[in-house]
Structure formats: structure tokens, C-alpha cells
Ligand binder design. Structure first.
Ligand code: CAA
Length: 382
């Protein structure tokens, strides 16, 4: 499906990524899921193409394209392998983006450039055991002692956790101030007192890494503060506004991948001697899925294009896109699954993987309930 607003450059970039996904990833995606191992061999090929820094200027190690191109990249990769796509999304929109938007020139030089050109992997440490949906309840603490920040605490469910070289994370300087007591920092792998911990054994996105992060009297130099003191919550919320578009497009890519496969299966299989695609119930599932996918695609690219036009705040548009796309993706995958009948219950076909992979989209970067709170507050006020 083409949207009227895509430029020739966008369409050409989509073709390039689609070709890559077909040639390099399609035959690997089942094994990536089965083995549950991070697909370094694929990420290395993605890195060689400069795709780990798509929306950042060339002077910061990026490709100098726009947010829409980055969203196209995630969609086309997720259509084939969501485990690979989420690695890219967490790296680009959660780790590189806040460094680009809030980092000093020195921080961009030291951290953004190696991330955007793919030499290093990034991650985003916000969630904690007691601070998931309520991100302002952060229990990780930070104290300025002399000219060092001393960090103590633990993060959970961090995408790219154990493989990340550079991590942006939040800690509270004053827990009584809640969201207004939080600051953002940058830590590098190998820093004394910092360690990534246990990896989760997830139901979906099994080739991606999700782990804990631990800080025990971790010392960071003063210059590792990201943005202003006590402004970390806003830095992270603004980052999530953009991040939610990439979770939305991940959901869209998974739904499109499921539809691609549902159509293929319906064209290649019969039921009692009649081709499956000729049954009205199959046509209804396919038509409904295509309609919902197209609606989600409009919402997602609308939010991305607003960002490209320089819109300062896309809180509402990002949350609407993510909420809608993640919910239709679950519905669409579930319904398409029934085209396969009992075959859908086996691991011989990729449909069950799409169904497992899509669930995270309704949870990561804010649950559907949180998106509804965010949207309602934008419309009605707090
Ligand atoms: N941009 C800029 N500033 C923002 C903002 C935004 N999008 N959202 C809030 N703020 C500002 C507010 O204006 C407010 O500032 P003032 O008090 O100065 O006016 C301040 O931040 C506090 O905001 P709220 O009062 O709205 O904060 P809250 O405590 O009521 O919570 C919330 C808001 C929406 C529930 C928030 O906690 C939230 O989004 N929670 C979900 C967290 C989340 O998405 N976690 C996902 C983790 S990352 C992940 O999952 C990645 C992965 O690996 C898959």
C-alpha cells in the first residue's frame, strides 16, 4: 500500500529495505525465534548499511534521512522479523534520540556518533520493579558527592540490556519530588558499579534481549548528566513520544507480515477441494485486516511526518498511533491465525510467532491503558 505523502526517496528506501528483508532475513526469522539468540549476523549487515542511525545528521554518524524513513525501516524489518526490528527501535529512538535532542556537543561526539554509525549498541533504562506504568516512582537514586554522581538501584525489562555499550537511564535526586526529582544520565558498559543482569525468557520477540540493569555505588563523572538536573522525566517522556511511533510501526509490520502469510496460505491451501481464499469467511478476515492495517499505517506515518515537519510535541499523535496499531495488530494476528485452522497451532508455520510477537506492542513503551491516559490528558487536560 502506498500513502500519498511518501516521496520517491521514501518509496525507494522502502524497496531497498524490503529487498534486504526478503534476501537476508526471511529465511532466518524462524531460527532467530527458535534459538532465542540475538541475531548479531543480521545486525552486522544492518549496521554496514548505516541503518542504525537513519534519522540523524551525517555529522553525528547518521544517514541524514528523516523520521519517516526510519519508521519505514522498522516496518519493513518487523514485517519479517520483529526481534530484529525491536533492537533497531530501542537503539535508534530510545538511546540515540535523547542524546541527539538533549546531549551536549561533547556527549554527541562521544556517545551519539558511535551509536549512530553502529559501532556501539544503545539502550534506555527507565522501567523498574516498582516503577513501570508509574515512571515517576523511580527508586534508583543518585547523589552528587564531590564531582561524582553515585548511582544505586535496579532497572527491569530493558531492551538491548546485556548487549548495550551505552545506556541512557533515569535516577532520582529527590524522591519526595517524584517526577520533578528525576534526572537522566549516560553510563557505559564496563563502568565500575554498573552491570547488566538476568535476561528474560520471553513468550515473543525471542531473538531480542530484555534484561535487568544493576547500579551499586556506580560512579559517573559530572558530565554524564543528560539534559538539565531534575528534567530527566521530561527528557524520557519526550523520548517516549517518538518511541511510541516505533512501537506502533513494529505492531503494524507484524500485522502486515501476518496478513502477507495469511494470504499466501489461503492461496496455497484448499478446504474440501475448494481454494481457501474463495470462502467468504476468509475474504472477510483478509478485508478487515487490510482495512485496519491501512488505518494504522495512516496514523503512524501522520505522526512521523509531523515530527519531520518540526512539530515540537507529538504526545497525542504518538500515543494514538501506538494504541491503535498495537490493538489492531493483536486482533488482526488472532483472526488471521484462524485461516490456518489446526496448522496454525503448529510451529511449522510463522503465524503463531506473529501472534506471540505482537503482544509486547500493547505493553512496551506504555501499556494501552497508559496510552489512553496520555491521550485523554492531551484532550481534556490533567
Ligand atoms: N513531553 C514533555 N514533558 C512531559 C511529557 C511529554 N510527553 N509528559 C509529561 N511531561 C511533563 C509534564 O508536563 C509535567 O511537567 P510539569 O509538572 O512541569 O507541568 C511532568 O512531565 C510530569 O508529568 P505528569 O504529571 O503527566 O506525570 P505523571 O506522573 O502523572 O505520569 C504518565 C505520566 C503518562 C503515566 C507516565 O508516567 C508514563 O508515560 N508512564 C508510562 C511509562 C512508560 O511508557 N514506560 C515504558 C518504558 S520503556 C520501554 O518499554 C521500552 C522497551 O524496551 C520496550
Amino acid at each position: 500500500m502506498k500513502l500519498a505523502e511518501f516521496t520517491d526517496k521514501h518509496n525507494a528506501f522502502r524497496e531497498e529495505v524490503r529487498e534486504f528483508a526478503k534476501k537476508e532475513l526471511l529465511s532466518e526469522s524462524t531460527q532467530i525465534d527458535r534459538k532465542g539468540e540475538f541475531p548479531w549476523h543480521i545486525i552486522n549487515k544492518i549496521k554496514e548499511r548505516g541503518w542504525l542511525g537513519v534519522p540523524f545528521p551525517e555529522k553525528y554518524g547518521g544517514l541524514g534521512l528523516d523520521t519517516t524513513s526510519y519508521i519505514i525501516l522498522v516496518e519493513e524489518i518487523a514485517r519479517v522479523c520483529a526481534s530484529t526490528a525491536i533492537m533497531i527501535a530501542a537503539h535508534v529512538s530510545l538511546a540515540c534520540q535523547p542524546l541527539y535532542a538533549h546531549g551536549t556537543e561533547e556527549q554527541k561526539e562521544k556517545y551519539l556518533i558511535p551509536l549512530a554509525c553502529g559501532e556501539k549498541v544503545g539502550s534506555f533504562g527507565l522501567t523498574e520493579a516498582n516503577a513501570g506504568s508509574d515512571a515517576g516512582a523511580t527508586e534508583t537514586t543518585v547523589k552528587l558527592i564531590g564531582d561524582k554522581w553515585i548511582i544505586n538501584g535496579n532497572k527491569r525489562f530493558i531492551t538491548n540490556g546485556t548487549i548495550a555499550d551505552i545506556i541512557v537511564f533515569t535516577a532520582s535526586q529527590d524522591r519526595t519530588k517524584k517526577t520533578h526529582g528525576i534526572s537522566a544520565f549516560i553510563v557505559e558498559k564496563g563502568t565500575k558499579g554498573y552491570e547488566a543482569g538476568k535476561e528474560e525468557d520471553k513468550m515473543g520477540l525471542r531473538g531480542s534481549i530484555t534484561s535487568e540493569l544493576h547500579f551499586e555505588d556506580c560512579e559517573l563523572p559530572k558530565e554524564n548528566l543528560l539534559g538539565e538536573e531534575y528534567e530527566g522525566f521530561k527528557v524520557f517522556m519526550e523520548t517516549l513520544d517518538g518511541g511510541r511511533i516505533s512501537i506502533g510501526v513494529l505492531a503494524l509490520g507484524i500485522a502486515q507480515g501476518a496478513l502477507d502469510y495469511g494470504i499466501k496460505y489461503a492461496q496455497e491451501h484448499d478446504l474440501n477441494g475448494k481454494p481457501l481464499y474463495k470462502f467468504q469467511w476468509v475474504q472477510k478476515i483478509v478485508a478487515d485486516a487490510a482495512t485496519e492495517i491501512m488505518a494504522a499505517r495512516h496514523l503512524i506515518y501522520h505522526a512521523a511526518m509531523l515530527k519531520d515537519k518540526g512539530e515540537k510535541r507529538i504526545t497525542e499523535e504518538g500515543a494514538i498511533a501506538k494504541l491503535y496499531a498495537s490493538e489492531i495488530a493483536t486482533r488482526v494476528c488472532y483472526k488471521l491465525h484462524s485461516i490456518l485452522g489446526e496448522d496454525g497451532l503448529t510451529r511449522k508455520y510463522p503465524m503463531e510467532r506473529f501472534l506471540r510477537d505482537t503482544k509486547l506492542m500493547e505493553i512496551g513503551e506504555g501499556t494501552s491503558e497508559i496510552q489512553r491516559i496520555v491521550i485523554a490528558r492531551q484532550i481534556l487536560g490533567k
